[in-house]
Design a protein. Structure first.
Length: 239
């Protein structure tokens, strides 16, 4: 199977370059173009006809979701994978409805991107080899969609307003890393998962109220003491 051609739609050229460099390290993929805005992507995609588009949602002149629907209408042999900072459940739901093959939340790790792309390539290989299918084959092909739907349902758990399940899962993952056993500040957490300090503190205070983390004041060398959040042993938030 020839290398799958990838087109990147990302308004931050630094992120686009990072994605391109990461993809160049993964066998079986080739980046054939980059667009930094909605209009350029809309103009270029019908000409290049990539196998896969890596698509951001927040573009300076339009919505990536609108572009996703246009791709579904005009380029039916092109798949789309969302790579975005959008953490709201409604965006995940829209992406699933529009047929996105996956939804990755920034900042992404190379290992996660590699796993996703290799799984996608395996799927394409399997489809290309099939001449006819039975129910077992259908179930196998649909398994990825079921996995995404399961994550969506988890994100829609009965959390209070302002708390999103997908973001909560990322917060829990950071807290449970061994290097954070002594706790983490809202500022450091926000920097790690790509949200504001205020947003990070809201999630940490929620976990503290649920007794999944404990808090203590950390006195540095200068300035006011910082509030540090430490995971409670043998406890983790239900995500």
């Amino acid at each position: 199977m020839k290398a799958l051609q990838v087109f990147i739609v990302e308004d931050d050229i630094r992120n686009a370059d990072i994605h391109q460099k990461l993809i160049s390290k993964i066998e079986g993929f080739s980046v054939i173009g980059i667009a930094e805005n909605f209009q350029d992507a809309k103009d270029l995609l019908p000409d290049v006809k990539p196998d896969l588009v890596l698509l951001d949602i927040f573009l300076p002149d339009g919505s990536g979701m609108e572009l996703l629907w246009l791709i579904r209408q005009k380029l039916r042999h092109t798949d789309v994978m969302m790579i975005t900072a959008a953490k709201e459940v409604e965006y995940v739901e829209q992406a699933i409805r529009a047929g996105a093959v996956d939804y990755l939340i920034k900042p992404i790790m190379f290992s996660r991107l590699k796993e996703t792309l290799l799984n996608y390539r395996s799927y394409r290989l399997k489809v290309n080899e099939m001449s006819s299918i039975d129910q077992t084959d259908v179930d196998s092909l649909m398994s990825k969609r079921r996995s995404i739907m399961k994550e969506k349902q988890t994100a829609e758990a009965d959390y209070p307003k302002g708390i999103d399940g997908l973001t909560l899962k990322k917060v829990a993952g950071v807290l449970n890393k061994s290097e954070n056993s002594d706790g983490i500040t809202a500022e450091n957490l926000g920097r790690t998962i790509g949200v504001s300090r205020t947003t990070a503190r809201r999630y940490l205070e929620f976990l503290a109220a649920e007794k999944h983390v404990k808090t203590e004041l950390y006195y540095g060398t200068v300035g006011r003491p910082e509030r540090r959040y430490k995971p409670v042993k043998n406890e983790s938030p239900e995500t």
